[in-house]
Design a protein around this ligand. Structure first.
Ligand SMILES: [Zn+2]
Ligand SMILES: [Zn+2]
Length: 256
């Protein structure tokens, strides 16, 4: 399995682009990076991805799909079909996003030309993406928003992806179902949250929205046989024993 990071920064990270991870050139996990630039820069054509798995509807995970969809239709004729997996409400979210981005006419055009298929998932759902078995896990992240993590099995590797998440039993289950896991670490600090504004907003009642360094270190201790790859980074620190993803890093899994 080949994994290329097209964006590894947290939403407001000053040093990296927003979340997008490409698996085997054909599957995108989140679409927050500027894909019309970053796919070609990674040596991948805009018409190669066949499926996009959206973890949740925050802008730093989704806005790039507007460029992927219309750019692919305008630059590649005929354009291969595209399938999008995401939480409940993905169809309406994509319609609104494309309407705002390019207008209703272009939304209809790209939807048709891409033969867009949308699969809305709930935590616990099993599904198939590009011939691989996958599972959705409900993550705790933002109040009143369905947020998912995923596992996908390919080439004998069970790869997990947390999306955005705070600590929860479901996150533990996702890590435990993965031999390699890509997990967020927004707060590179022992004390979370470090974004003062977030503390004031309290978007997730009593929760912290994201993982801090101590959360990731705790997960690593409890799941010693899982290899950790850290993304959605708020700063550029490192964690002993984990791979720190950066923009345009390509990994071949399993890691040696
Ligand atoms: Zn995010
Ligand atoms: Zn988020």
């Amino acid at each position: 399995m080949e994994v290329t990071f097209l964006g590894t920064g947290a939403a407001f990270s000053p040093h990296a682009y927003n979340a997008a991870i490409l698996v085997d050139r054909t599957i995108l996990m989140d679409a927050g990076a500027p894909l019309t630039v970053h796919l070609p820069k990674a040596g991948v054509s805009l018409d190669e991805p066949r499926a996009v798995m959206l973890s949740h509807f925050h802008a730093d995970h989704t806005f790039g799909i507007a460029w992927l969809m219309l750019g692919r239709v305008l630059l590649h004729e005929p354009s291969p079909p595209l399938t999008v997996f995401g939480p409940t409400g993905t169809t309406v979210y994509l319609e609104r996003l494309l309407d705002f981005a390019w207008g209703e006419e272009m939304r209809r055009l790209s939807w048709e030309r891409l033969q867009l298929t949308v699969h809305e998932l709930a935590g616990g759902d099993a599904f198939e993406v590009e011939g691989s078995r996958a599972h959705a896990f409900r993550m705790q992240h933002a109040r009143r928003m369905d947020c998912l993590g995923f596992t996908i099995e390919r080439d004998g590797v069970r790869l997990g992806y947390s999306g955005d998440a705070e600590m929860s039993a479901e996150l533990e289950a996702l890590v435990s179902a993965s031999d390699h896991v890509i997990t967020e670490m927004t707060y590179d600090d022992q004390r979370a949250p470090v974004w003062k504004g977030e503390r004031d907003i309290v978007l997730n009642e009593g929760g912290r929205m994201h993982l801090a360094r101590k959360d990731v270190e705790g997960l690593m201790q409890r799941h010693p046989s899982t290899r950790f790859i850290i993304t959605h980074r708020g700063s550029d620190g490192s964690v002993n024993g984990a791979v720190m993803a950066r923009d345009f890093l390509t990994l071949r899994l399993p890691l040696r």
